[in-house]
Design a protein around this ligand. Structure first.
Ligand code: CTP
Length: 431
């Protein structure tokens, strides 16, 4: 339908980007493919008014597919149609853009000019394997437009950038390149790797940092890439490659993948498996928080804010150092006749923190502390006082604010093994 509508208006329509790459890959391994994200480019128009072609085509399609939602971005350039039944299974996103070249003032159709327009659109893209187009309109519908050797690179299993400045212009492409390499089992083509290293050596991450305040678009894209990577099954290999390339500097110039960070990430996974078996926490975000937590404490909040993490996450990272210092107290060992800190004191100390904070603290702490946090989360935090408010009333105590203290005292005595049944609890209250 899209190609018919475009054809009727005398335009060309192309499928571009990731869908073409994935179609070719699926064909190579005779695999079925579910494409949820389709990028179309309209090209080949000859009137200035047609610069809004992508939007016009999207509107026309929405008249046909009335269940689709239409979104228009920017003044003219792009529109999207969304089918959004089930976010996981049934969603389909179709982006329709107008070829990103200036309108050319030639009165007549000129195939070379047309070709150069879609060529230029493709040339602005990140990697050769993402810069191919499949023509959807006649003549030559079904033709693959591969100006930069994308097919060759798919066969050679390599990620190759289109031009030397690509990573300087958009440092998040470093993360994309790594993501594609690891996800597809490809390698970074040597020259491309050199460009990445050059971009990092030349301080491209400074730009990411500098633009934080006034132009957060780069940070938004960086966060999206981090999410993509950290929620994928291949996140460890991707992080390793980013670390090898020195690309973690884009998050903060002091961040590198050293033994300490790797150890903390391993511990984090163990903690998530133990403390969050139902997967109620957002694991990719916890991984990102663990990365940021490895920075010196004065940088953590700022980096979390720049990446536009949610408020609770920013708050956690800002307060992590204080929380760690506080939690350290539970590791005090018995000395000079002083007793080891009691379970009720541990509960008292830890209950002010949420699960993600305790996980971040555990990841950075000694084994003794981790074991106490584990005991707190799995046993002590579940313990209830033997009597409740109603029991106190039945026992003849007058309700009031002092009930809270009485119940807290009962809970502490239960936790510390001083009372273990109702009889002992009642006696405890009288004493
Ligand atoms: N693109 C780009 N530079 C970026 C982001 C995107 O050149 N920083 C181009 C690429 O041609 C890419 C297309 O925009 O193929 C669509 O981007 P996106 O949907 O993010 O990526 P996909 O290639 O479709 O990858 P995925 O399968 O992971 O969605």
């Amino acid at each position: 339908k899209a190609s018919q509508e475009a054809q009727r208006r005398g335009w060309h329509l192309y499928l571009v980007g990731g869908a073409v790459r994935d179609l070719l890959l699926a064909k190579a391994v005779t695999r079925t493919l579910l494409i949820k994200d389709i990028d179309l480019v309209v090209d080949g128009f000859h009137k200035a008014a047609d610069v809004g072609a992508g939007v016009e085509l999207a509107k026309a399609l929405q008249q046909i597919y009335t269940t689709a939602r239409l979104e228009v971005h920017g003044a003219f350039q792009t529109a999207a149609l969304l089918w959004h039944k089930d976010p996981e299974l049934d969603s389909l996103w179709v982006d329709i853009a107008t070829s990103r070249t200036e309108f050319y003032p030639y009165p007549a159709a000129n195939p070379e000019v047309e070709a150069s327009s879609i060529r230029q659109d493709l040339y602005r893209r990140d990697f050769t394997i993402n810069a191919m187009a499949l023509r959807l309109t006649s003549p030559n519908s079904g033709e693959l437009l591969d100006f930069f050797g994308g097919l060759h690179d798919l066969e050679a299993k390599q990620i190759r950038v289109l031009h030397a400045n690509s990573f300087i212009e958009d440092p998040t492409r470093i993360y994309r390149g790594v993501r594609f390499a690891v996800r597809l089992g490809f390698h970074l083509e040597p020259q491309t790797e050199e460009y990445i290293r050059y971009a990092i050596d030349s301080g491209v991450y400074d730009r990411t940092a500098r633009e934080n305040g006034r132009a957060p678009a780069l940070q938004t894209r960086l966060k999206a890439e981090l999410k993509h990577i950290l929620e994928a099954p291949y996140w460890k290999s991707a992080l390793q490659l980013l670390g090898d390339l020195g690309a973690l500097k884009c998050i903060h110039h002091t961040l590198s993948l050293d033994e300490n960070l790797l150890r903390q990430l391993r511990l984090l996974e163990r903690c998530l498996r133990r403390y969050d078996p139902q997967g109620t926490l957002i694991h990719w975000q916890m991984r990102l928080e663990a990365l940021i937590a490895c920075l010196a404490s004065e940088y953590r909040g700022e980096v979390a804010k720049n990446l536009q993490l949610p408020d609770d996450s920013i708050h956690r990272l800002e307060n992590l150092a204080k929380a760690r210092e506080n939690v350290e107290k539970i590791s005090v060992l018995p000395e000079n006749g002083k007793a080891e800190i009691s379970p009720s004191q541990v509960v008292q100390l830890l209950r002010q923190y949420d699960l993600p904070m305790l996980i971040l603290v555990a990841v950075q702490s000694s084994r003794t502390i981790r074991q106490k946090i584990w005991k707190y989360l799995t046993v002590w935090s579940q313990v209830q006082p033997i009597l409740n408010g109603n029991d106190l009333k039945k026992l003849g105590y007058k309700p009031g604010p002092h009930f809270r203290q009485m119940l807290d005292d009962l809970l502490a005595a239960t936790l510390d093994g001083k009372i273990c049944d109702r009889f002992e609890a009642e006696k405890f209250l009288i004493d």
